[in-house]
Design a protein around this ligand. Sequence first.
Ligand SMILES: Cc1cc2nc3c(=O)[nH]c(=O)nc-3n(C[C@H](O)[C@H](O)[C@H](O)COP(=O)(O)OP(=O)(O)OC[C@H]3O[C@@H](n4cnc5c(N)ncnc54)[C@H](O)[C@@H]3O)c2cc1C
Length: 423
Amino acid sequence: MSTGSQYDVSPKNDSKDAAFDVVIVGAGMVGTGLCALLANAGMHVALVEAQDTPLLPETLDLTQPAPRVSALTPVSQRLLTQLNAWPAMATARVTPYHYMHVWDGEGSGEIRFSADEAGVPVLGHIVENDVTLAALNAQLTDHPKITRIDGTRVEALQTTATGRWLELDNGRELHAPLVVAADGARSTLRELAEIAVSEDDMGQHAVVTTVRCEKSHMGTARQVFLAGEPLAFLPLTVEGDDHYCSIVWSTTPEQAKALCELSADALGDTLGSAFEYRLGRVDVRDSAYRFPLVQRHAREYVQPHLALVGDAAHSIHPLAGQGVNLGLMDAAVLAEEVIQAWRRGAPWGDERILARYESRRRGDNAAMLGLMKGFKLLFGAKNPALTLARNVGMSSVNRLVPIKRVLMRQATGERGRLPESCR
Ligand SMILES: Cc1cc2nc3c(=O)[nH]c(=O)nc-3n(C[C@H](O)[C@H](O)[C@H](O)COP(=O)(O)OP(=O)(O)OC[C@H]3O[C@@H](n4cnc5c(N)ncnc54)[C@H](O)[C@@H]3O)c2cc1C
């Protein structure tokens, strides 16, 4: 219960857009997840989103897989289940994978993981981002504690004694003891708060598209490293057909541009040959899209009355499929700290409360960002000694089940003290 402290600024009348317990800017997967967690605990939340109309399960076009997908870990699945979003996602389309196979295109090194070996029912699920977002949005619809403000951008941010004022481009003003930036990698709110970021241009663009392969994906997520360029074939099962895959190829900006300009047939041939025809011939079923890959890490996640989550706090190379999983974990940890403070009548926007969120999340995010950089350097190395060490290392690890089990626990999100909502 919110107490009568100076932080009890819940809407007291019908002008619901005046004051909230929390305002979240950005209704991507992380912002909507956070919004549901806070509102389900009883906090009044405003959710501000630049796009006009929220996606809903009934408005999804499932005839063709959407090009943006994420590999969701079992820990993220538990959070989405707790939020009651998972059943709608499972009804729409989620593809479990029980095996992972990663190999070095420059040598003989390879590593295989299986759910059985890791002692877990499943290693993860490949899910279209739209499917996750629509299911989360459905949980927010008609929620008595949530005010959605769509089709609006934030224009100005001011600090007051008890919180932050936000000015929106439609002229509305919002006040809350806590404002959360969930507005993605190029966060406007982060900029307005003058929070610096360290930027690491990975020198690559990711090309994504959907393909149908000659052979079944067999519930396996596959990735080959081609001279430092990871090419992933992520399994998708479309209406019972398990020959579909979502492609993520991280390559030079020039090659990414060239790939996107190829005809579907030529792109299919290029993908098939780069992937050593492990899944046979490749038939491209969508346009190819490309995204520049820049790793960013905000120098601070919190200020008084302000917190950053998800890509607004960190964006990461997709080669290990961790981005949204890290962001959902930020949301779960921030919600846990804020709800605990709110329930005991403590000032939930106070920097000391928010600092607990930062101290629980920064290390994990920083470690993943560092690991992705290390992978890219290791697999990009041309030095023959390093190439040999890399291949011998991979094959040796492949034979060491206990080490693989530790690696798999990390990759499936079972790291550190998990928030209650993810246990
Ligand atoms: C090619 C590729 C493959 C990937 N694969 C994976 C994977 O397999 N697994 C994984 O975990 N992650 C993956 N990721 C990363 C993942 O997609 C991101 O980490 C995730 O989408 C970030 O979610 P978010 O909610 O933080 O931000 P976003 O999804 O960027 O959402 C931000 C929201 O804020 C809104 N917004 C922006 N500015 C404003 C403003 N000024 N005012 C109001 N609203 C605003 C936007 O419209 C948007 O809705 C991949 C990324 C790429 C590029």
